[in-house]
Design a binder for this molecule. Structure first.
Ligand code: HEC
Length: 127
């Protein structure tokens, strides 16, 4: 009787452990920032992109912009072609990285990669 109890307890612990492991895997796949949050934080009225373009962003803010754009690559496109989304979001990451390391063509890359209308036309749901 005691043995059955132990075995049942062991199975219980194993099941819990597996559940936790799967839960952690799912969580890791979630984007760090939702697209909506990235838009607000990076592209809002007082967003980081404006500061970067004005040349008044700190290194910490440039890093945050990079982190936000990496999050875009972790989200699926709400609408539009998946491959195109991959390319567009990858371009924002490269541009923000160029800004952070001070590449000469950083601003040009950033301007091109962050075209609001271009990406919205392709991937923003119509409301
Ligand atoms: C790489 C693609 C991409 C670029 C570049 C982009 N956006 Fe977006 N934006 C999106 C998508 C996709 C949504 C819709 C998100 C959703 O509905 O989940 C969105 C939504 C938004 C929203 C609504 C956020 C909300 O949920 O409240 C604002 C505001 C916004 N974008 C501003 C901008 C501005 C300003 C720029 C240019 C400086 C810009 N975006 C550039 C993809 C992009």
């Amino acid at each position: 009787m005691r043995r059955t109890g132990l075995i049942l307890a062991a199975i219980g612990v194993m099941t819990l452990g597996m559940g936790a492991a799967f839960g952690a895997a799912r969580l890791a796949e979630k984007p760090k920032h939702s697209i909506s949050d990235v838009m607000k934080l990076a592209h809002g009225k007082d967003g980081i992109l404006k500061k970067v373009k004005a040349g008044s962003a700190s290194d910490a803010e440039k890093k945050e912009l990079l982190d936000l754009y990496v999050s875009l690559t972790e989200s699926e496109a709400p609408v539009g072609d998946a491959k195109e989304w991959e390319q567009r979001t990858a371009a924002t990451v490269v541009a923000a990285a160029k800004v952070l390391v001070g590449r000469e063509d950083a601003m040009k890359a950033l301007g091109k990669a962050t075209s609001c209308a271009g990406c919205h036309k392709a991937h923003k749901p119509k409301d």
